[in-house]
Design a protein around this ligand. Structure first.
Ligand SMILES: NC(=O)c1ccc[n+]([C@@H]2O[C@H](COP(=O)([O-])OP(=O)(O)OC[C@H]3O[C@@H](n4cnc5c(N)ncnc54)[C@H](O)[C@@H]3O)[C@@H](O)[C@H]2O)c1
Length: 388
């Protein structure tokens, strides 16, 4: 088990281990003193893990109520957010109680926003079950919902009281979702951890990681040593990403500067997600966004061809769509639907646009990125891969 301490405006621990879901109640009880916990899950995760979490809370002397919503990004919406608040009120949750988000980034963002705003803020426990949520969305305190105009347009900065990550949960994660999470793992390598990037870029690591959802499922037929090795390995990867994020959040919790680096690949990703009606997952879109950003960085003379090739290769190794062409093909629609002007318009609704300009995160080399502010014309050039 690994514990990473986050020293933001609120201090809390991220506990990473194998088989620790059944201890979620006692781990929570050691961090907060709540009498009742509202356990929030989407329909997929609820069917698999809600009862284990409920039991562990009951064992720790915490009453539970449970709220299940339909799985998918479209549930990260105002209607679902209001339904959740009404549920909390109907069940008389008080300021002393807690919200427990068990699931992927959609659950964490939706439940986190409810925790930040219900009764002006109640305790929050994040229990990420997707790789993406484990390495990124459950840590750092950002939450929110999507509006018709764009992604994450309503939300808050609100730190959890504890994050409990059981890597065993990845055994039931669909491979597509595991791959989606790998995009955020790779992101940490590019923005701040060259050593992590190099580990991920080895054929051996890629093979080992890409086998994780399946190897867990088939584990009974394999030997126990293999099982232990994989668990330790994935715990280590998650811990490394969480440590990188914790460091950035500690330095710049409210995204004045350094934290913007975490948006590497995300300007294009949010536009792609919006145009594809969220049929392309967040991580898949981030994969494409990272390639678009590094190609633009090269066009601007900020990085070498070698850096572009390294990023394209790793995106390919982890089977992420890496360019607009491949993304459109993967989506099964015409390339024209993701044309540069359409992407530019979609990106202009990004919450990071201020006074007609936006900060792009561009790699200079592996492990180091810079922030480049561009206007609307520059943004179109960004999507066309040329400097305007
Ligand atoms: N707040 C932040 O800092 C932050 C950072 C990055 C991403 N995000 C947000 O996170 C969301 C993406 O997160 P996500 O990829 O986890 O999406 P998600 O929550 O929709 O989960 C993906 C799918 O996997 C399923 N799932 C999750 N864990 C499972 C498990 N253990 N077993 C079986 N199925 C499981 C879910 O039911 C869902 O169908 C996006 O909305 C994105 O904007 C937020």
């Amino acid at each position: 088990m690994k514990i990473i301490n986050v020293n933001a405006s609120e201090k809390y621990n991220v506990v990473i281990g194998s088989g620790i879901l059944k201890d979620a109640g006692s781990l929570t009880a050691s961090a907060i003193k709540s009498k009742t916990a509202a356990i929030i899950c989407d329909s997929n995760v609820g069917a698999i893990y809600a009862s284990t979490v409920e039991e562990s809370f009951k064992k720790a002397g915490i009453n539970t109520v449970k709220y299940i919503f339909p799985a998918g990004e479209t549930s990260k919406c105002p209607e679902q957010y209001i339904k959740l608040l009404e549920f909390l009120a109907e069940n008389h949750l008080t300021r002393k109680d807690a919200i427990v988000a068990v699931g992927g980034g959609v659950t964490g963002d939706l439940a986190g926003f409810a925790a930040a705003t219900y009764l002006r803020g109640i305790s929050l426990v994040q229990i990420p079950t997707s790789l993406l949520a484990a390495v990124d969305s459950s840590v750092g305190g950002k939450n929110g919902i999507d509006l018709t105009a764009g992604k994450n347009l309503a939300g808050a900065f609100y730190q959890p009281d504890i994050v409990i990550c059981d890597v065993e949960a990845f055994k039931t994660l669909p491979k597509k979702e595991f791959i989606s999470g790998m995009a955020e793992v790779i992101k940490y390598g590019v923005i701040s951890d060259k050593e992590l990037f190099d580990i991920l870029a080895s054929e051996d690591t890629a093979k080992r990681l890409m086998e994780i959802p399946e190897s867990y499922v088939n584990i009974k037929e394999k030997n126990e040593r293999c099982k232990e090795l994989d668990r330790e390995f994935i715990e280590e990867i998650v811990a490394r990403c969480v440590a990188a994020k914790a460091h950035i959040v500690e330095e710049d919790e409210f995204e004045g500067g350094l934290r913007k680096l975490l948006n590497y690949g995300h300007t294009a990703a949010h536009a792609i997600e919006k145009l594809t009606d969220y049929e392309i997952t967040h991580g898949e879109a981030v994969g494409a966004g990272m390639v678009i950003a590094v190609e633009y960085a090269e066009a601007m003379g900020k990085c070498s061809k070698e850096t572009v090739e390294k990023i394209k290769k790793i995106i390919d190794m982890y089977k992420l769509p890496g360019s607009i062409e491949v993304t459109a093909e993967y989506w099964g629609k015409e390339r024209e639907l993701l044309a540069a002007d359409k992407l530019t318009n979609a990106a202009l609704s990004d919450k990071k646009v201020a006074n007609g300009s936006i900060d792009l995160i561009l790699p200079e080399e592996i492990g180091q990125c810079v922030i480049e502010n561009v206007d609307t014309a520059g943004l179109k050039g960004f999507f066309e891969g040329k400097v305007i």
